[in-house]
Design a protein around this ligand. Structure first.
Ligand SMILES: [Zn+2]
Length: 400
């Protein structure tokens, strides 16, 4: 007979609690009896685990369910009024911070721009300010906040809470978790921003049922969150997903990473503006120049002008779609994912880029890898970053 020791017992309890909590999250409101059937555990075990979760206020009892004769069962659901999370999505130019409940609903949101100072002290102060601001007038919610999740630009060593390298700010080895835990006295979990987005998409977005998918974030930078075999893939040195730095052109365009011709240097917001400017310099006309000086044009202006029918703006955006399609075909061929989800500011120019993306992906990928592939937008829209950041903490809660 195998003797089950205390460590085994704890592990078994943890596994049981996890599957019960997962069932309540996915199927709630749900009765103890139905949980028992779904997770294949006896009613007494379910009851004792449920009691623990009720004591910890992670779940709550609600209403009365349908009865199949006899006493009507009480239903269980996640306790969204007792568990809040702060999600911080740190971009390159701004930070978006939100107060989120355990079901991924955004309760309050603030956006702060970074100043010109890019050292950690300055950026860090703005991040802290955004957290204080988002809970202003929400004292009770802040009390019930179980943690702060942060999506950080660049290379992140999540387990030790360290931002290894942030290319846009040129900082190295900052222990972000330490700094923010001391400031707010809450659990803090960090991850690369795009990787956090992919996690949010898995829990609350378009890829709930997906096992292998890529979230491609195209905005001020370009990165990919890779979700493989049911988990985030981080790589040997936490550098997986840096698809923005694959070489895509032989033109000598310098990228932030120090190399030349990167995907990001031509297809990010800045890349779009640069290509537009060089066409203007070579003599092309655009109605945008009747409205503003060439030095002030943003990629959003180019999108708006394309909507007005400006030929050059339309051409530049369609070309962007082809670059993005080429980038996607690389991951389709290498990783054979079931879904590709697009997020970030540039992906919102859908009228001009989507058709080109689809066409290019189908032109450049191996046919076999295209079977049943889904290519679409994040269903979390502009909140993908903050929901993703909050999910870092929610996932941690669910792994009790
Ligand atoms: Zn690069």
């Amino acid at each position: 007979m195998k003797i089950i020791n205390r460590a085994d017992k704890n592990l078994i309890k943890k596994i049981n609690t996890n599957s019960i909590l997962k069932t309540i999250r996915e199927r709630g409101p749900i009765s103890r009896a139905d949980i028992s059937k779904i997770v294949a555990l006896n009613p007494a075990t379910v009851s004792s685990n449920v009691s623990d979760l009720l004591d910890k206020k992670i779940i709550r009892e609600v209403g009365i369910g349908e009865s199949s004769g006899g006493r009507k069962p009480i239903l269980l659901e996640l306790n969204s009024s007792e568990n809040y999370i702060i999600g911080v999505d740190m971009g390159i130019k701004k930070v978006t911070t939100a107060l989120v409940d355990i079901n991924g609903n955004v309760i309050n949101k603030v956006i702060l721009q970074f100043s010109e100072e890019k050292d950690f002290d300055s950026i860090g102060e703005t991040l802290k300010e955004s957290i204080y601001k988002v809970v202003e007038g929400y004292d009770d919610n802040f009390q019930k906040t179980i943690g702060i999740g942060m999506g950080i630009h660049g290379l992140v060593e999540s387990e030790n809470g360290i931002s290894i390298y942030a290319p846009a700010f040129n900082w190295h080895d900052i222990n972000i978790v330490d700094i923010f835990q001391k400031e707010f006295n809450k659990t803090v979990i960090i991850e690369n921003d795009t990787r956090a987005m992919a996690l949010g998409e898995k829990w609350f977005g378009a890829t709930k049922d997906s096992k292998n998918f890529i979230l491609l974030n195209i905005g001020t930078g370009i990165g990919a969150g890779i979700y493989l075999n049911g988990d985030l893939y981080k790589g040997n040195n936490f550098g997986a997903g840096e698809i923005g730095h694959v070489s895509m052109t032989n033109e000598k365009i310098k990228c932030k990473c120090g190399k030349y011709g990167c995907f990001e240097s031509i297809a990010s917001g800045e890349g779009i503006v640069n290509r537009f400017e060089s066409k203007i310099k070579s003599g092309r006309k655009s109605s945008i120049l009747n409205k503003m000086d060439i030095s002030n044009i943003s990629s959003l202006d180019i999108y708006k002008e394309a909507l007005n029918g400006d030929q050059l703006s339309i051409e530049i955006l369609k070309e962007t779609g082809r670059y993005i399609g080429t980038g996607i075909s690389m991951v389709v061929n290498i990783l054979n994912p079931d879904s590709i989800i697009l997020a970030g500011g540039v992906s919102r120019a859908r009228e001009f880029i989507y058709e080109e993306i689809q066409k290019t992906v189908f032109e450049k990928s191996m046919n076999h890898n295209l079977n049943n592939i889904y290519i679409g937008e994040t269903s979390l829209k502009q909140d993908a970053g903050i929901i993703g950041a909050a999910t870092l903490v929610i996932r941690d809660l669910f792994s009790i």
